[in-house]
Design a protein around this ligand. Structure first.
Ligand code: GDP
Length: 293
């Protein structure tokens, strides 16, 4: 999803490598171009500003003037600072009594139900006994979809009609406990926009069962709007992580780069396709290498 940005940065670095010594003015000129490329890719301006300031501070200092290969050194600093911006590698908190609860929240169409099935399949392959919970009674299609996906990945799906989500999740938890389930993945209701009723319901669920993880599923294709959505959810309920979906799309990618820095919430997974195995544990080094080509 970073094709345009990657191409631009490759061009800038190629030009940089042609030069021998680098003066502070050269570094400034390069950083102006990098800054522009990031802004064009839709990276949040405050993140770009901090990033450029950090690179510049290191690059005009001793690190570069003393280096045998100054251009290479600048590129290395860009790489390291990009990794720092992208945050830490994914760690799912699966400690404590079983079943551990992973609650997925997000807007309709974000890829939440698909992500629930992908995560179920991945955890199952790691030896967990997984159960999915369809906690979206308002959209029968969503329940059906989760049931179909559950069947495809071989994971049972808990659902009861006519039961409100907090109660439904509590009953699923009880059944999971009796049945030796180790991980319960709750697919909560999605709405077309952020609203108080949804937030109240999510909070009510967390009062019934304490989630080990509350992961916000966000579509990375929607650009800066992803940051607004993440901030909105974060103000309403505590989030432990982000799942960015549709990373295989051709958007400019900036939201994926800035969302960790803007929200402070770590990214834990990337969804990279419609297939049910298209889920990657988040690795900032790998993402940085992808962006920098
Ligand atoms: P929900 O409404 O949030 O539960 O969203 P769904 O799970 O139904 O997904 C909405 C659409 O996005 C579906 O057509 C999915 O196949 C698609 N989708 C989900 N994740 C990805 C992804 O990582 N990449 C791509 N290309 N499509 C995805």
């Amino acid at each position: 999803m970073f094709e345009a940005l990657t191409q631009k940065l490759e061009g800038i670095f190629k030009e940089l490598r042609r030069r021998g010594k680098l003066t502070p003015a050269d570094v400034d000129a390069v950083m102006r171009e990098v800054r522009l490329a990031l802004l064009e890719a839709d990276v949040h301006y405050s993140v770009v500003k901090d990033f450029v300031a950090r690179v510049r501070e290191r690059a005009v200092g001793h690190e570069v003037s003393r280096a045998l290969n100054p251009a290479q050194q600048v590129i290395k600093i860009v790489h390291e600072e990009l990794i720092a911006t992208l945050g830490e590698p994914a760690r799912l908190n699966l400690s404590g009594p079983k079943p551990r609860v992973i609650m997925l929240v997000g807007l309709q169409g974000s890829g939440k139900t698909t992500a629930a099935a992908k995560l179920a399949a991945q955890l199952r392959s790691q030896g967990e006994r997984v159960m999915l919970v369809a906690a979206d009674p308002y959209r029968p299609a969503a329940i059906k979809q989760l049931q179909t996906l559950g069947e495809r990945v071989g994971v049972p799906v808990y659902y009861e009609s006519g039961v409100k989500p907090p109660q439904l999740v509590a009953r699923a938890f009880e059944q999971a406990q009796k049945g030796g389930i180790t991980v319960l993945i709750v697919d909560t209701a999605g709405r077309s926009q952020l609203d108080e009723a949804l937030m109240d319901e999510l909070r009510a669920i967390t009062q019934k069962v304490t989630p080990n993880e509350t992961l916000l599923v966000v579509d990375a294709m929607i650009g800066q709007e992803a940051l607004n959505i993440a901030t909105g959810f974060q103000q309403a309920i505590p989030l432990s992580g982000l799942m960015l979906t549709k990373m295989d799309g051709d958007a400019r990618g900036g939201a994926a780069i800035s969302i960790r820095a803007v929200t402070g919430v770590p990214i834990k997974y990337l969804g990279t396709g419609e297939a049910l195995d298209a889920l990657e544990a988040y690795d900032p080094r790998r993402l940085a290498s992808r962006i920098l080509g």
